[in-house]
Design a protein around this ligand. Structure first.
Ligand code: NAD
Length: 481
């Protein structure tokens, strides 16, 4: 079994503490790798490497075009190693091979996009009320970025940060989830192979505490770019506030997927199923609250239940499987707990609700896709993020009630609208308090458009042209002419 150290200065190094964590394959139940549980000294070593690379290395000072070349080369190496990188992620989080392969193949697109954008002039020259003066602005990199990521999409969510951060000239210390560290270490090796100078991209592995907390509390970090749960996001924002580190947060959701009576029901049901059962429901944008207009409620519940029962849960590496495992034991226990909570609160179980039995995988963390009907929006299953394959179906009377229920949540990450009426689609989209709204589709994202949350789903935006602003300071320069 391979044991991994930390990735610092383009080398794999042993942790000072010699403390290691198990990496478990959630489909097979066995430990297949061990990674360092970095403490403050190890984290300090990685941050110092990133600081050196920022302050005296070639990275921030070189031409954007030269950084772009290396990012594009890294994208090419990711493409060449896509099967390997996807396989590592499957062994870490139990998602389907085709999902992980699809995500991995997106990385070059993100790197290419920010490689291009970084070369566009972004400063302004400003007309002034003061005579004989010229004023212009320039955007400069922030410094050392701590990129802290969850386990559900280990490489893609890191690429959302790496692309703009590196393109803008920052250096990075990544802290992947303790559930999915190996794929990120492998990406760092490829970055070194692509020619990124030492210290530009470092990786420290370990638990939220001590590793994550040591990183966010380190005075050498200028910005924390975080994706994860809302609870951790709050702790990180509080820590960042102590020294006013820059911070961007991509957090949890309880997204409404709303079906109006005038929708094309076949497409809507497809979208509802993909929205909640894709990736075993382990996406921040999962359409976990399904709101259906009363006249079509019974039909949609029946169709959803049939579709959920028909989903083939199985070996994530088998192309015939439609859903893999839940990522880890804690998450498996959490999902099962919410089945009990929803039942006790009076929701009606119409599909699933139990682990799935998969031949040849006696220790796998497989869960049946689960549907609860007759959910009220004040029940815990409608208010708290499960991050698993559980749909909560809620009836509504009219558009007014749909909007009110959809917005009655602490979260605001995303929402779906299924309707055949174009005016209603835009009207409702305008009233939903969510960072992304999908009309007659669900769960689409792209490097070209911003993604992020309203309310407790986050702070700031990733992707799109303005993501570079999240990794730069704007300087205003006055010249006496
Ligand atoms: P998590 O918050 O438990 O952990 C995320 C990362 O933070 C991990 O690397 C973890 O080790 C680290 N961490 C934990 N405590 C920390 C602390 N006090 N200081 C610093 N780092 C700490 O989340 P998770 O269980 O890994 O992921 C699931 C969550 O992520 C869900 O809530 C999901 O909605 C969210 N998520 C959001 C998005 C988005 O773009 N909005 C995308 C994917 C996942």
């Amino acid at each position: 079994m391979r044991q991994y150290g930390l990735f610092v200065d383009n080398e794999m190094v042993e942790p000072a503490t010699g403390e290691y964590l198990d990496v478990v394959n959630p489909a097979r139940g066995h430990v297949w790798a061990r990674v360092a549980n970095a403490r403050a000294d190890d984290v300090g070593r990685a941050v110092e490497s990133a600081r050196r690379a920022f302050e005296s290395g070639p990275w921030p000072a070189c031409r954007a075009a030269d950084r772009a070349k290396l990012l594009i080369r890294l994208g090419q190496l990711v493409e060449d190693h896509a099967e390997e990188l996807a396989g590592l992620q499957v062994d870490e989080n139990g998602k389907l091979m085709r999902e992980m392969l699809g995500q991995t193949r997106l990385l070059p697109e993100y790197f290419n996009y920010y490689a291009g954008l970084a070369q566009m002039p972004t400063g302004t020259t400003n007309p002034l009320h003061v005579k004989d003066m010229v004023n212009y602005t320039v955007r400069e990199p922030l410094g050392v970025v701590a990129a802290i990521t969850p386990w559900n999409s280990p490489l893609l969510l890191l690429a959302w940060k790496l692309g703009p951060a590196l393109a803008a000239g920052n250096t990075v210390v990544a802290k992947p989830s303790e559930v999915t560290p190996v794929s990120v270490l492998r990406l760092a090796e490829l970055a070194a192979e692509a020619g990124l100078p030492p210290g530009v991209f470092n990786v420290v592995t370990g638990l939220g505490s001590p590793t994550g907390t040591a990183l966010t509390g380190h005075p050498g970090v200028d910005k924390i770019a975080f994706t994860g749960s809302t609870a951790t996001g709050r702790a990180i924002a509080a820590e960042a506030g102590k020294s006013l580190k820059r911070v961007s947060l991509e957090l949890g959701g309880k997204s409404p997927n709303i079906v109006f009576a005038d929708a094309d029901l076949d497409s809507a049901v497809n979208g509802l199923v993909a929205g909640i059962f894709g990736a075993s429901g382990q996406t921040c944008m999962a359409g976990s609250r399904i709101l259906v207009q009363e006249s079509h409620y019974d039909e949609v519940v029946t169709r959803l239940a049939e579709r959920a029962e028909a989903i083939k849960v199985g070996d994530p590496r088998d192309a015939a499987s439609e859903m893999g495992t839940v990522a880890c034991q804690a998450q498996f226990d959490k999902v099962r707990h919410y089945v009990e909570v929803a039942t006790a609160d009076g929701a009606r179980l119409v599909a699933g609700g139990k682990p799935a039995v998969v031949d040849g995988f006696p220790d796998g963390l497989f869960m049946r896709p689960t549907v609860f009907a007759d959910v009220r929006n004040d029940m815990r299953i409608a208010r708290e993020e499960v991050f698993g394959p559980i749909a909560a179906v809620i009836p509504f009377r009219d558009e007014e009630e749909a909007v009110r229920t959809a917005n009655d949540t602490d979260f605001g990450l995303a929402a779906g609208i299924w309707t055949g009426e174009v005016q209603r689609a835009h009207r409702v989209a305008g009233r939903l308090r969510a960072g992304t709204v999908w009309i007659n589709n669900y769960r689409k994202t792209s490097y070209a458009t911003p993604f992020g949350g309203y309310k407790q789903s986050g702070l700031g935006r990733e992707n799109g042209p303005d993501a570079l602003h999240e990794y730069t300071e704007e300087k205003s320069v006055w010249v006496d002419t």
